[in-house]
Structures are given as C-alpha cells and as structure tokens.
Design a protein around this ligand. Structure first.
Ligand SMILES: *Cc1c(COP(=O)(O)O)cnc(C)c1O
Length: 459
C-alpha cells in the first residue's frame, strides 16, 4: 500500500476504449418505445434527434468501443483526472476506512459532463450537424456542452430549468461566454413550454419540461438542429466509463481495491461511469465490490419509484423507456442539487438495480450539506451539491467501519466542484435549507399517469 495522497496517471494512460456494460450484463434491456405508437422505436425516429454514430452506440452490445482520436485529444485538456486519498477527512472521522475520491471537477467546465459532451459534439460535427439543442438543470451539462460546441464549432441552444436559471446566474454567464444561447424553461418559444405556462405561469420548471422543449425544437427543425442529452441514455453512460477505467488503474497504483464504489445519481451517468468498469470486474473477474447509487430523498427514483415504462419527458415527446420513475409529470421540489431532480433513471442502472447488482440509498438535503461542508473543511474542495450526496454516503460507510472496527476501502466519484453553487451553501450556512420527503400520495399516483404499453411489451 502506497503512502501517496494523489494518484496521477500519464497522458499515455488515457483510456483508448469506452466500456459497454451491456456486453456483460446478465439482464438485457427492454425495448425503447415510440411516444405515440408505443411500439419499439425505429432508427428513423431517433435519427431526427441524434446522429447515426450515437444511435449505433445506444443499441450496441460490443464490449469495447474505441474513443476517436479527436475526442482523446480534447480529453487530454483535463484527463486523466486525479484520484485522491482523503487522508485529512479520514483522520477527522477517526475511521479505519480508507477513502478515495476520483475528482471529475478537474475538467474546465467543472464536472464529469465534459466526458460525453466532447464525444457527442464530435459525432454531431462529423455527421454535419450545424446546431444542437439541449436542456440543463443546475447548468453543469449546459456548460460542458457549450464548451464542447465551442471546440467543435457548432451553435447551441440551452433550455435551462427556471429555478436554476434564477438560483445560478453564473452558470448562464459561463454558457454564454462559451457562445451558447440560454433560455429559462418553461419558455413561450415552444408548444410544450406554452402549455405548461398556461397551466402555471409561475412554474419553476423541471428537467422533464426542459427536455420537452429542447426535443421539440430539434424535432421541428427540418433536420437543421439535433438534440443532445447529458445523462440517462446508454451512449452517455458509455462515454463516462473513462472515469472508472482510470480509477481501476489508480487504485492499483495505491495498492488497494475498493470494497464499495459510490456515486450520486440524477440520471445515472457519473455513477455508471465510475461503477460499470468495477461491475465488469465483479461479473468477469470474481471481484465483489458493492456498487452504491445515492439519490436525494426529494427525488428518490430508485428507492421509492416504480419500475415501469414511462416517458422520458413531461410533454410526452421523448421516447418511452422502462425505468424506475416518479412519473413524467413529477415536478420535484426546488432542492439545490438541480442535477438530481430528474423523474427517472438510466435504463441500464434500473435493470441492474432490479437484478440486485447495484444498491441504492436516499439521503436528505441537510445531512448532505453537512457532509459537503465537513469535506470542504478537510479536503479543500467545495463539492457540487449533487456530488455531496456521494460524500454523505461515503462518510456513512466510513463511520460504520469505525463502529464495526474494521478496515474498509471506499471509493467515491466527486462528480463536480461547487464553485458556482455557493448560493446553496449560503442558504445552508444560514439555516435556510430544508429537508424534503416525497409524500406517500405522490408515489401512489405515479401508476395512474403511466403510459399504456402493449401487453406483450409490458410483460
Ligand atoms: C449532472 C450532474 C450530476 C447528475 O447527473 P448524473 O447523470 O446522474 O451523473 C451529478 N453531479 C454533477 C456534478 C452533475 O453536474
């Protein structure tokens, strides 16, 4: 075991392949359905939204997919990212556990989202796309894609959830600096937005609504614009596996192997990114690492949602997928972890969770910020509120190890920094953050609003 604190790889260690968990998953994914016909989608339907290379990755079962040289070159601006042993935090906790974190906040836009943004921008550019549309919650995804579109010389329209637009103005300034156009969603620029505003002029917006707007703009652009999604889809999780592949090498440098790998989950991409390469080692090489997904009690898709076919967006324009869902019309409370406010979850994570290969836990907002502040005071990084969910769970694992008097190796993904989220920290520091539990009635009514899918598919 090594005495180092930071484990740094060389540029030449940058992964050459993304890892596709679907090659090794013992459960296969149910089909993706058309939002109107409720029949399995055709590539034609998807090609209105995505370039063919990404559609092929979406359905691929190849184990390894080569990372294009142009994308690897762009990754080199910030990858490989560091793996850090949280020695000062360990000491503060008085735990025999060893805590490691993979720091994805080291990317220029501040989160793991650049890993897929650069890939998606590259494939779109290669397919001749001139402009992209997308949604963003906290603004991390919008920032990453803005940077990627600047690199690959494409225009970008971002539909930003209104509550975040107001809470996090600096994220908008960053996106505009990279050259993107940013709108507070719901807008009156789309049918989907106008319908929501007619019902509720003060709607705080949601990721589901913002997705509807961005999808509508691309789908009605006569092919001039494509749509890009920052999480949930198979190809997005695929691109994120560079995180786990690097972490495997870095844990090896540290001379240890994790007992548990932890990530926060909004749509599931940073968790899938760090966890899937370790899941491969479980499935193929006899390792027995626990994989723990952490969500907020305010939007608890995995721990309290229903595993069913549901729309990916609020206006029912995006494809229907089988996932743990809180219902496509779910408007989550305005918790400060904007990136975790999605009603559903990546289908691959849901299937693996359903099969018992992944664990999940929900943590409340204030305990999450307590963990974030403790982490900041010992490790010096103010984490993104989303990432703080993973920190909460990592600290809980470390405290349990102390209680049980046993060593435990904990690895978590620090998916981003919180330098643009200081309003949330201000609210916490001054006692203005509240906990939120989703009421039981909200869960009960999910089933009534699910789409009816043909029996042979739903079965
Ligand atoms: C977007 C975001 C998340 C949540 O999205 P996932 O797809 O679940 O990873 C988590 N952390 C940060 C920093 C984010 O920007």
């Amino acid at each position: 075991m090594s005495e180092s604190t930071r484990y740094l790889l060389n540029e030449s260690d940058l992964p050459r392949y993304w890892y596709n968990v679907l090659a090794d998953s013992p459960v296969s994914l149910p089909p993706v359905l058309h939002p109107v016909t409720k029949e399995p989608v055709t590539p034609d339907f998807l090609s209105a939204l995505f370039p063919m290379d990404l559609i092929l990755q979406e359905v691929s079962t190849e184990r390894y997919i080569e990372i294009p040289e142009e994308v690897r070159e762009a990754y080199k601006l910030y990858r490989p990212t560091p793996l850090i042993r949280a020695r000062r935090l360990e000491k503060a906790l008085g735990t025999p556990a060893h805590i490691y974190y993979k720091y994805e906040g080291a990317s220029p836009s501040g989160s793991h989202k650049s890993n897929t943004a650069l890939a998606q921008a590259f494939y779109n550019k290669a397919a001749g796309t001139k402009a992209l549309t997308t949604e963003t919650g906290a603004g991390q995804w919008g920032s990453a894609l803005s940077m990627a579109c600047a690199f690959f010389d494409m225009e970008l329209e971002v539909y930003m959830v209104k509550v975040s637009y107001n809470q996090k103005p600096y994220r908008r300034f960053l996106m505009e600096t990279f050259g993107a156009k940013v709108f507070a969603s719901p807008t009156n620029l789309t049918q989907a937005g106008r319908a929501i505003l007619a019902q509720d002029p003060d709607s705080p917006g949601s990721l589901g609504i913002a997705i509807s707007e961005a999808v509508e703009v691309a789908a009605t652009s006569n092919g001039t614009k494509k749509y890009s999604l920052g999480s949930v889809l198979n190809h997005v999780l695929l691109h994120q596996t560079v995180i786990g592949e690097e972490a495997l090498k870095q844990m090896d440098m540290a001379g240890e192997y994790p007992d548990v790998v932890i990530g926060c989950v909004g749509g599931g991409s940073n968790f899938g990114g760090i966890a899937y390469p370790f899941l491969r080692e479980n499935l193929r090489n006899g390792q027995r690492t626990r994989l723990l997904a952490v969500e907020p009690t305010a939007a608890p898709s995995l721990t309290r949602g229903i595993y069913a076919f549901d729309f990916g967006d609020t206006a029912q324009m995006a494809p229907i997928v089988k996932m743990y869902t809180l219902g496509h019309s779910f408007i989550p409370p305005s918790i400060h972890a904007g990136g975790l406010r999605y009603h559903g979850m990546a289908p691959s994570i849901c299937a693996l969770y359903d099969a018992g290969l992944i664990e999940a836990v929900a943590v409340p907002q204030r305990a999450t910020f307590e963990a974030a502040v403790l982490f900041a005071r010992h490790e010096g990084i103010v984490p993104a509120p989303e990432s703080a969910h993973a920190i909460r769970a990592a600290i809980d694992e470390a405290l349990l190890a102390r209680q049980q008097g046993e060593k435990r190796v904990i690895l978590f993904n620090l998916s981003g920094h919180g330098n643009f989220d200081l309003t949330a920290y201000d609210a916490f520091n001054h006692g203005r953050l509240e906990d939120y539990q989703l009421p039981e009635e909200a869960i009960q009514s999910i089933r009534e609003r699910l789409p009816q899918v043909p029996e042979q598919i739903g079965a």
